[in-house]
Structure formats: structure tokens, C-alpha cells
Write a protein that binds this ligand. Sequence first.
Ligand code: FAD
Length: 431
Amino acid sequence: MTTAVVWFKTDLRIQDNETLIRALEQSDQVVPVYCFDDAHFQTTKFGVKKTGKFRAQFLLESLADLDAGLRALGSGLLIVRGKPEEEILKIVKSYSATKVFAKNEVAFEEQQTEKCVANALAKINCTLETVNTSTLYDVAHLPFAIKDLPDIFTHFRKEVEKNSNVRKVFAKPLCITSPNIPPMQLPSLSELGLPQINIDSRATIVFKGGESNAHKRLQHYFYETKAISSYKLTRNGMIGENYSSKFSAWLAHGCISANTIYEELNKYETIHGSNESTYWLFFELLWRDYFYFVMQKFGKKLFLKNGIKDLKASLPKFNEKYFSNWKNGATGVDFIDANMLELKCTGYMSNRGRQNVASYLCNDLKIDWRYGAAYFEEQLIDYDVCSNWGNWAYLAGVGNDPRPNRYFNIDKQAKDYDEDGAFRKWWLGKK
Ligand code: FAD
């Protein structure tokens, strides 16, 4: 009897998970496992945690949901904690597994971890097979090699739309054969070194982790409200549950695949008609793909101060006070403060807000953009290494932006996108 381990990471779903499908095809039984990596709960060189309480809570909910889903099919989820190269190895040995399946990684630290695990496994003649489960388009089916990825998003979009196809969704397995998996035991937030969360009554949406909640949100945004049909008109909003899809948190944890959303979008269009708004959701998901491929192309460079650019500009000495005021929504600029309070109190911020606070940190406060990216990494429920560091580098002028300086005039932005001051009032309690 052959046994494979399925190492879940940011692909916490059963449906359309090629890693799981491959493991089931190639072995008689599978052992699903999630490893709480100690490195994910440490403090970074930017003085912030790698994972904050909001994302950790969403992760715990997603794991509970995954375990329930796996048990319904005859399996379950093992939880381990420590260094993946040690913990995955222990699981492999104790179940005499011959292969480990996992999603592949394109970002530097994640790749390092992947390599450590592969090396540890190789010593006991076990192989690690990795699969890309993150993007709409398979890297193998892109109309160019990654090294030739266009440096401008529009060129990328036109090329893939014309010359490639979105990968089809895999059918959900009907049953999973596993050895007896003991009941799941999740760590608490305090065991992860994090405080409890309070739900802020001003939150635009209360995110609840898990594959089943991802599908509920999809149903709600598409069919119950048909909000998708006006997405292009509302997507720059900042108040309310449905101005944008809010799919990001579930996508970032892999509770749903972009491909599943895309297929459902096609079904929706067949029933209710397509328009610019339905297309625009696909357009935004292409940005997500693009930042993934940008990370794959440039690797470690995207975490350097000068990013992918050859710049000589120097910044003033790091100002701790400015950074602290920015994080705490205390800069004195209402539009920035309202957005930063939202992030601090809920773990979410609109796309419009993100662009403005990022521009403000880089261009007005003149702080190294990586401090901002690192704080977002801690706070965001929907933190995704490629989208976060890619967007930050882009806005800081050291990433894939054809424009040399993407400066946001905050007063103008506030007037254009919060004309009556409702958003600022919502968060600051004044006009
Ligand atoms: P919608 O407007 O409904 O968009 C649908 C989906 O398209 C999103 O869920 C997301 O998957 C994708 N998408 C939309 N815009 C972008 C974009 N600019 N880049 C990449 N994908 C996009 N998004 C993350 O998922 N994780 C991050 O860590 C992250 N960090 C960001 C940091 C900065 C400085 C900026 C400017 C943007 C960042 N984004 C990030 C992109 C974007 O702001 C969020 O995806 C979006 O606000 C999430 O809300 P939504 O799901 O309602 O988005």
C-alpha cells in the first residue's frame, strides 16, 4: 500500500486542488497535514510581526473548515507545529509515506522552506512533488517564458487573453482514503503569541475563514445580490460589504481558487448577461496572476529597497515616529488616518485606501516602502506575498510600473472618492 502526504499551505481547499488530486491518483492513501511554521509568527527586521491576529484567526477558521470537509470524505487534517523540514519529515516517517505533495512557491522565503523540506525528504528517499495551484493561467501554458514576462501589465493581459486559456477546474474528489487521522487540535491565538480579536462594529465585512464560507461569499456577491453586475462602477468604494467582491481573503488562503471564481463568473454571465463589470472582475484577477508571475521572474529582488530598478536615490534616516503615526492612523491627514484605522481595527482596507496610504508613506513621509509592506503583511487578512510586495514595489516606483512616480494627491483623492466625507466620518467620528 502506498501512502502520500498532502502538505497544505495557502491552498486550504478540497475543490480544485491539484495537489490533492495528484496525491490521490498516485497513492493508495493520503495523509493531509498542515504545519504551523514557527517562522511565520516571528517579528521581522521591520519591527512588526509576520502574522497578526486577524489573519491568524482566519487561518484557524479555514483549517477547521478544511478538517470538516476532509472528514466528510473519510479523511481529516493533522496539525503540527515547528519547522516544516522537521515536522513534515516526522509525519512521513510515522506513516511510511513515499511521497509528499504540496503547492509550489515562487517567493524567496517560501522557496527556501520548500527546498529545506525537499532536502530533508531526499535523505530518506522520499520526494516532494509541487504543483502550481495559485493562478488562473498555468505557467506552462503562458505564451512566453517567465524570463520574457512583459514588464507592463497591459502587454501581459493582451498576450494571455489572446494566446492562452484559463486552466479548467478539477472535479472535487468523492472520497479520500486515509489512515485513521486523530481529531484535529488547533493552537489558540494566545498559543501562537497573539492577542484575541474584537470584532469592530465599523468593519465593512466580517471575514470568516474556510472553503465553505468562500463559496457562500461567491453565491452572495454573484447571485443573491448580483453586485457583480455593477462591480466596475462600485469597486473604488470604501464603505459597505458589496462595493467590491472581498474574495481576497479566501483567495490568499487558497480557500477558493481563482479558476473556480472564473468558471462561476462564466456561468453567471450565461444566466444574467455579461457587461463591463463582469469582465472587470476577471481583469482584476489577471492583476493577481501578473504579480505572481512578476515574483516568479524577479524573485528576491522584489524585497530589496530598489526592487527591480537600478536606482541610486537615497532616503532620509528612518523616522520611527512618522511610521508609528502612520500605523496608528495618527498622521493628522484624515483620509490616511481613516484608512489606517480600518486596517488596524479590522485587518482589511479597500484597494483605493491601500494605494493612497502606500503613496503617502513613500512620497510624503519618505519612509522605505518595505516598512509599509511589512506592516501590511502583519495586518492584512488577505496578505498574499506576491500581491502585497508586488503592489508595494509598484507604488514605490521600484516595481513593474511604466510611470516613474505614481504620486497620489491625497486631498484630491479624498475629494474624488470620499466626496461627502462619509468614510472619514465612519472611522474618525468627525467630518
Ligand atoms: P476586488 O476589487 O473585488 O478584486 C477581486 C480580486 O482581484 C481580489 O480579491 C484580488 O484577488 C484581485 N485583485 C484586485 N486588485 C488587485 C491588485 N491590485 N493586485 C493583485 N490582485 C488584485 N491583494 C491581496 O490579495 N493581498 C495583498 O496582500 C494585497 N496587498 C496590497 C498592497 C497594496 C499597497 C495595494 C495597493 C494593493 C494590495 N492588494 C492586495 C490588491 C488589492 O488591494 C486587494 O486585492 C483588494 O483590495 C481586495 O479586496 P477585494 O477582494 O474586494 O477586491
